[in-house]
Design a protein around this ligand. Structure first.
Ligand SMILES: [Zn+2]
Ligand SMILES: [Zn+2]
Length: 155
């Protein structure tokens, strides 16, 4: 099996591995490869594309195995699933997000680029609004659609 990722992705993978070690969980070969493919991608990656790329690299991969790997990565907060796009984006930040951290995504309609913002004020506001109707929020992913700064400049 040949793993050829960009050096940026390799750095992020090492960081993810460190986070996993710190939490006492294992970033197995497949989990690392799945994460690498998502981090290497230009934009959000769908499960089907992921299976295709894995097949190119390591032969047929059983979908349930890949879905379990994705589930693990989500639990560890290393990837997010964007419901709007049915696709995954990587999330390996320097400061290391916690498990299942609140996240907000800005999805550009033109270039499909996704920007993650982690705004605690926004998450708190949502929790407070929910609390007013007696609802306890355990997790929230906000997805906003629009036009990114670069696309707006390009007209
Ligand atoms: Zn994140
Ligand atoms: Zn854009």
């Amino acid at each position: 099996m040949t793993d050829t990722f960009t050096s940026r992705t390799d750095t992020l993978l090492d960081r993810a591995e460190g986070l996993c070690v710190g939490r006492g969980v294992r970033l197995t070969g497949l989990r690392r490869q799945v994460l690498g493919l998502i981090l290497d991608a230009e934009g959000p990656m769908g499960a089907y594309d992921l299976l295709e790329r894995l097949r190119e690299r390591r032969g047929p991969a059983a979908p349930p195995t890949v879905y379990r790997a994705l589930e693990f990565l989500r639990e560890q907060g290393l990837v997010h699933r964007l419901e709007r796009l049915s696709a995954f984006v990587g999330c390996v930040e320097e400061h290391g997000h916690g498990h299942d951290h609140p996240a907000q995504f800005l999805i550009c309609r033109k270039c499909r680029r996704v920007t993650e913002i982690e705004d605690h004020a926004l998450a708190d506001a949502l929790s407070a609004a929910a609390k007013r109707v007696g609802f306890a929020v355990s997790g929230a992913t906000v997805e906003a659609e629009g036009v990114c700064a670069e696309c707006a400049r390009a007209g």
